[in-house]
Design a protein around this ligand. Structure first.
Ligand code: AGP
Length: 363
C-alpha cells in the first residue's frame, strides 16, 4: 500500500496533488480546435437541442458537483435542478422525454443514485451518467455515459473526482446551452483560456499554500464554517463535508446570505469562517463574513491576492485570478488541503475514516 502512495503519507494527499493531471485529462480532446466548441465523445452537434430541462441526481460529494453543474446550467440559461438521489423517490419533479436526468457518481455503484436513475428511466426521461468508472452499473444502465477520466481514487474522501466532475459538468452545461441556442454560447470564449490554465494554476496552489499553517492556527476551534455564494456555495458545502469526514470535527457549509437567517447564532471566536470568493457578488459575501467577524469569528478569505477581502480577513488562502465559473474549484483545492492538514494534526486515519465506505452500495 505504501508503494501506491509514492512520496505521500496518504492517498488523499496524493490524489489532491494529482488534480493538475486529472483535470487536464478531463478536458483533453473535449474542445474542438476548429471552432472552439465543446466536443463530447458520442454526442453529435445538436444532440441536446430537444432537451428543455435537466435534473442532476447524486449523493455526498457527487451531489455537490451536481449542484455546481446545475448552477452552471442555470447561469447558461438552461432550466435545471440538482436533487439528492436518496430523496428522489419522494421528491422528484415530473420528467418526460425532453428531460435529461444526469446521474453524477464517481463509482457508478451508489445504490441511492442507481435507484433514482432507474426511476427516471422508467418514467421516460433521457438519462446520462457522469462517472469515473468505465463498465460501472451506472455507465451500463444510463442511456449515455461521460467519463471524467480522473484515474483510480483510493482515499474514501473524494478529492480529484469532485473537481473532475465539476469541470465535466461545466463543459456539459456549455454544450447543452449551445445546442439549445443553436450557436456557441458567448460565455465559452471567455472560459476556455482559463480552463486551459487551470492545471498549472493548481500546481501553483499546491506548491505554495498556507493551508497547513491555517489548519494549525485554528486547530482548537469548536466548529468550522464554510460560506460561499453562487458557484462558491457547493464549494462551501464540499469544504465542510471534507472537513467533518476526515477530522471528525463539526463543520457546516452555508450559502453566505443564509448566515444571518439562523447560523449566526452559533458564531463565536471559536468558529472560524472560511469564506469562498468566486467573483459572483463578492461584496455581499464579504459583508456576510464581516457580520461573523463582528461576533468574534476569525475569517479566512479564499480569494486572489489583490481582493478587498484580504484586508478585512484574519487569514488568507490565495487563489489565482480566473473565470467565476472556475474560481470555486481553485478555492476547493485550498479547502481540501486545510481538511487534510487538520486531520493529520489530529492523527486521524485519513484514507479510511471511521464508519464510511468508498462506495455505498446499500440504500
Ligand atoms: C465523499 O468524500 C464521499 N466519498 C461520499 O460523499 C461520496 O461522494 C458519495 O457516497 C457518492 O459516491 P459516488 O460518487 O461513488 O456515487
Amino acid at each position: 500500500e505504501q508503494a501506491g502512495k509514492g512520496e505521500y503519507d496518504h492517498f488523499m494527499l496524493k490524489e489532491i496533488h494529482e488534480q493538475p493531471t486529472s483535470l487536464a485529462q478531463a478536458i483533453e480532446g473535449r474542445i474542438d480546435p476548429e471552432n472552439g466548441r465543446i466536443a463530447l465523445d458520442g454526442f453529435e452537434p445538436g444532440a441536446f437541442e430537444e432537451i428543455d430541462s435537466v435534473q442532476l441526481i447524486a449523493c455526498g460529494t457527487s451531489y455537490h458537483a451536481a449542484l455546481y453543474g446545475s448552477l452552471a446550467l442555470n447561469q447558461a440559461g438552461v432550466e435545471s435542478t440538482a436533487l439528492l438521489a436518496n430523496e428522489y423517490s419522494v421528491a422528484a419533479p415530473p420528467v418526460d422525454e425532453d428531460t435529461l436526468v444526469i446521474a453524477v457518481t464517481q463509482s457508478g455503484e451508489t445504490a441511492d443514485t442507481l435507484n433514482a436513475l432507474r426511476q427516471a428511466k422508467s418514467e421516460g426521461a433521457d438519462t446520462l451518467t457522469v462517472t469515473n468508472v468505465v463498465g460501472s452499473t451506472a455507465a451500463r444502465e444510463a442511456d449515455d455515459a461521460l467519463f471524467i477520466r480522473a484515474g483510480p481514487e483510493i482515499g474514501v474522501a473524494a478529492t480529484k473526482t469532485f473537481s473532475s466532475q465539476a469541470v465535466m459538468l461545466t463543459l456539459l452545461a456549455q454544450r447543452i446551452a449551445d445546442d439549445a441556442a443553436g450557436e456557441p454560447a458567448a460565455d465559452l470564449e471567455a472560459l476556455l483560456p482559463d480552463l486551459a490554465a487551470m492545471p498549472e494554476q493548481i500546481e501553483g496552489i499546491l506548491a505554495d499554500s498556507d493551508a497547513e499553517w491555517i489548519a494549525s492556527r485554528y486547530q482548537d476551534s469548536r466548529s468550522y464554517f464554510f460560506i460561499g455564494r453562487g458557484l462558491g456555495y457547493p464549494v462551501a458545502l464540499e469544504g465542510a463535508l471534507k472537513f467533518k469526514e476526515i477530522t471528525y470535527e463539526h463543520a457546516e457549509g452555508f450559502a453566505s446570505g443564509e448566515l444571518k437567517h439562523g447560523p449566526l447564532a452559533l458564531v463565536t471566536p471559536e468558529t472560524p469562517v472560511f469564506a469562498v470568493f468566486t467573483g459572483e457578488e463578492d461584496e455581499k459575501t464579504l459583508k456576510n463574513a464581516e457580520e461573523a467577524q463582528t461576533r468574534g469569528a476569525p475569517v479566512v478569505a479564499v480569494c486572489p491576492d489583490d481582493h478587498r477581502a484580504v484586508e478585512v480577513a484574519d487569514a488568507h488562502l490565495e487563489i489565482p485570478e480566473t473565470d467565476p465559473d472556475l474560481a470555486g474549484l481553485l478555492a476547493n483545492v485550498q479547502l481540501q488541503l486545510v481538511s487534510y492538514y487538520a486531520a493529520d494534526l489530529l492523527d486521524r486515519p485519513i484514507d479510511k475514516p471511521r464508519n464510511l465506505a468508498k462506495s455505498v452500495t446499500v440504500e
